[in-house]
Design a protein around this ligand. Sequence first.
Ligand code: HEM
Length: 447
Amino acid sequence: MAWSSIWSHFSNSPSVPLLTVGVLSLVWYVTSILNDKRPPFPWIRLPLIGNIISLQFSKEKAFVLFYKTSKKPEYDKVFMIKIGGLEFCVINHIELAREALMKKQVDFADRLPIYSLMEISQGGKSIALGQNFASGEKLENVVQKVTNQAIDLLKGKGNEAFVIKPVLELVQFNIFTGLLFGKEYDFDDPEFKQFMNATRDALDAFGSGLAADVFPWLRFFPFQSSGLKRLKHMINIFLELMEKELKEHKETFDAAGLDTINASLQFAIAEVIMHSDVQEKLATEVDKVLGSRTPARSDRVKLSYTEAFLCEVFRKETFAVFGVPLATTCDTTIGKYELPKGTGVLINFWALHHDPDFWENPSEFRPERFLQDNGELAPRPDSFLPFSAGKRVCLGENMAKSMLMIILPTLFQQLKFIKPDSFEFSYEDSGLANIAKPYKVCVEMRN
Ligand code: HEM
């Protein structure tokens, strides 16, 4: 049969347009894969949902799975994932994190216009808190007052085991309200309770990721937006509280850092309960440096073991697992790969802090790894970036460390934390964040 008659036979068939579209799509798909100079995608991307099934069915948390995947030679410590409609480059090694955050910091300084973040910041209008509004004596006074208020509450518990989380939430809440408008709340205050309930609810919604961020079309379905509603509810309650005191500051509220002091304290107290030797060393240092006087910011340089302890809490627990997602501001490169402008970037800080090439037995809690033989703080370790770095470094770093270096010594100076029989330590299920489940503790007065 001549070619012309074969062609005329097939061209009359109704399946020809379909077949042509199929072949062209396949050619386009294969060409786009061959021309893709971005890091590889370890998991097959399904239409609409991307890699969600691979992540959902993994027995491990996303950051552990990413870390283990990045260790496979074919992925070279960096790879791409697709979550719904969003594609992210995941960086799992300090060298590449430094390349992105420090060497090419402008290239990696954008934020993705994620739907929920845009909504709660009124279209990206969030103004980050400055550094000096909370510095100096004001910070010292507020933090000491609030910590002592918490100690009074803890003392009242006697020998009974109790859940410490709400007391630590009060510490965090009162530090912010104390610094922002000079007001501290009582534990039983209905406004404080209402805000904390809304915050827990919002964190619960946000910690598991909001569906509308990765499936943009879901935002048009009212029943799907409950996670975002819970977040907005929390922000609104806080704004209402602030409006009452400080109307003109309504638009400068920035939710970043709202739960970080509380998260640090919950992990810190869990670690001292699980490591009584560490608690003894902390108490010994505090007694030696402070005696019975209250700690000041200037004491920080002398409290090396306490600072090493805090660094080890930040390292081992890395609760800001991926920080805040970044995005590229222009076409750029990472390692040997190319990243187009607007690519989402996740730095897996947990991977940096658990890389056995830099940390001996990374799952072990050992503050001494941050100390020199003479007991002084060692220079900053290589693979340690709890507050990120570069253009988007955490604006609350100094403030958070200053607060914690007053709260922790005050606590260890006055109290001993004891592990009750009912003590159980575990993490919330959320795959994107590292959050301690509420646990019970007993306290005893020292001296
Ligand atoms: C132990 C406590 C904290 C930790 C571990 C922490 C960690 C981080 C991390 C990893 C980022 C992401 C940086 C990036 O995008 O590369 C970040 C961003 C940020 N943090 Fe913190 N943070 C803490 C406390 C705070 C506090 C108390 C505040 C405010 C009072 C705060 C304010 C911010 C702001 C405003 C940003 C965004 C910076 C920007 O986008 O330019 N943080 N933080």
